[in-house]
Ligand binder design. Sequence first.
Ligand SMILES: Nc1ncnc2c1ncn2[C@@H]1O[C@H](COP(=O)(O)OP(=O)(O)OP(=O)(O)O)[C@@H](O)[C@H]1O
Ligand SMILES: [Mg+2]
Length: 348
Amino acid sequence: MWEEGATFAASCMAMVEKAAPVDKNTPLLSVRDLLVRFKLRDGLSAALSRGPTYLKAVDEVSFDIGRGEVLGLVGESGSGKTTIGKAILRLYEPQSGSIVVNGVDITRMGDRALKRYRRDLQMVFQDPLSSLNPRHTVRTSLRTPLLLHKICPPSEVEKRIDEALTRSGLSPVFKARYPHELSGGQLQRVAIARALTMSPGLVVADEPVSKLDVSVRAQILNLFKDLQTKFGISIIFITHDLRVARYLCHRIGVMYFGKLVEIAPVEELFTAPKHPYTKALLGTVGAEGESLDGAQVAGEAFNPAADTTGCRYYARCPMRVDRCKTAHPPMETIKSGHDIACYEWRRS
Ligand SMILES: Nc1ncnc2c1ncn2[C@@H]1O[C@H](COP(=O)(O)OP(=O)(O)OP(=O)(O)O)[C@@H](O)[C@H]1O
Ligand SMILES: [Mg+2]
């Protein structure tokens, strides 16, 4: 049986007996003050004479995702989008902050509970080949996690695989194929089907269409749209392509060198952006919103290894004032669902 919708909530609740009762209006996921830093390579660290030895890839980021919501994360290369996705899956350990799912802070979870949590949260990557074993048939790739996590009785595994493939737009005959026998679009469908077999409540999709031919991109995007509308799955959709984000997402978060600078309902972001960086980004790619690949916002870029407490957009910002240099503006809610980190947004 395909367990739609409530599976994720149910298993998270089962994990921690004392968890607060789940209110359907509370967010599925709340990220608060998330900090993920990486040690700089020795060479880079030495080159910065008095510089820090760490790079803050994600710096005190906070946001919520509602049930059945698609949240887009956009920003230039290196802004920390993938790091956020991996931290939510605890593939990266955050240094501080919390990631709360249905009242349970998963940053404090032990290994056993974490294993259970991970099956409810799936990630789909840019390159599906990297997550599929080239020597395994599609059947084996989909069957292994089902058996490992004891998702269903062994007698039902085959049926579950067939259902997931069908929902991903592939006939069950693909079970016998190897990855090298599939096109890029078919491979991504297999990766999505594998995620679906686990009945996830949240899928983190990291640039899942950017490597596909233009002709199959729309099909895969529509598949994600179906997952959200038919099965109520929440999705974090990481993309460079603002058109894609506008088509698929309910809200969009804009990242700039580890900081979330603005998050807003999709049409509000496109028609009335408030952060100077969001405006510059939309200006760079045109009113209709295009790919951020190669997009260049004017001015000197922030040095991610610099140990600054000020706003990371300071050097490029046309609206900067003195205090932006010393303290990064906190996130401020300016409207329901619309948060912004800028002292001067009212001037815009
Ligand atoms: N495992 C790691 N070790 C060291 N530094 C890392 C690691 N992963 C990411 N980084 C650094 O953290 C910063 C954020 O990287 P991240 O991959 O999250 O960016 P991104 O927004 O996903 O970029 P892209 O759009 O190119 O995929 C970058 O400066 C990157 O070099
Ligand atoms: Mg990335």
